[in-house]
Design a protein around this ligand. Structure first.
Ligand SMILES: [Mg+2]
Length: 210
């Protein structure tokens, strides 16, 4: 198996970007951004770039603000250990910013995220090696590359959000956080998904050797 896992709202209980935008972003972001985003009219990297662009606070300041409010979902360390024991490659695939993914994740965890550089304010983009086809979703692009790197392995995707739907359509198995937007979207689109509240349930459902 090949395990891909979203970060915000999946590995973490909270969404780091939402916390940052609520405190440092433009006050109207929820009203202006969420309707076109949920309607699929704006690709996630674009909206991340647009709504981080007014923010000038340093990564250190943003992390000092966000860290105390963010907790990792139960069972995450055990999930990593189960993947290692079973020889399953594990990758975090996120449209969050590279510096906060790096800060929250254990150093041995490989992740794919958006590149963010502070040049007066935050400039956010997909990393330079990413060459999306027109309309292609970033997380799906990551999955495509991992399938080449690890052929013949069924892909398991674990997530929670609107931006997880395209990759959920392509994975062989999907886990959705119980009560999440992804859980509802999978039900609406006829995608089989197993709901979970903590990663111990995922480990058990995957039949990981202990
Ligand atoms: Mg998420």
């Amino acid at each position: 198996m090949l395990i891909l896992c979203d970060f915000d709202g999946t590995i973490t209980e909270q969404d780091v970007t939402n916390l940052i935008w609520d405190r440092y972003g433009l006050p109207e972001w929820r009203e202006v951004l969420l309707p076109p985003y949920r309607a699929g009219q704006m690709a996630p990297p674009e909206l991340m770039a647009r709504w981080y662009a007014p923010i000038a606070a340093s990564a250190a300041e943003l992390l000092a603000f966000a860290r105390p409010q963010v907790s990792l979902r139960r069972g995450f360390d055990e999930l990593l250990a189960a993947c290692e024991r079973n020889g399953w490659p594990f990758r975090v695939v996120s449209q969050g910013l590279d510096w906060y993914l790096k800060d929250f994740l254990p150093p041995r965890v490989k992740f794919h995220g958006l590149r963010a550089e502070l040049r007066g304010t935050w400039q956010v983009s997909v990393p330079p090696e990413v060459n999306l086809k027109p309309g292609q979703d970033y997380k799906s692009w990551v999955l495509e590359g991992l399938r080449r790197e690890f052929p013949q392995r069924p892909a398991v995707f674990i997530g929670d959000g609107t931006n997880d739907l395209p990759i959920a359509r392509e994975a062989e198995r999907v886990f959705a956080v119980a009560g999440s937007t992804l859980e509802k979207l999978c039900a609406q689109h006829g995608i089989a998904a197993t709901s979970f509240a903590d990663f111990h349930q995922v480990i058990e459902a995957l039949g990981a050797a202990s």
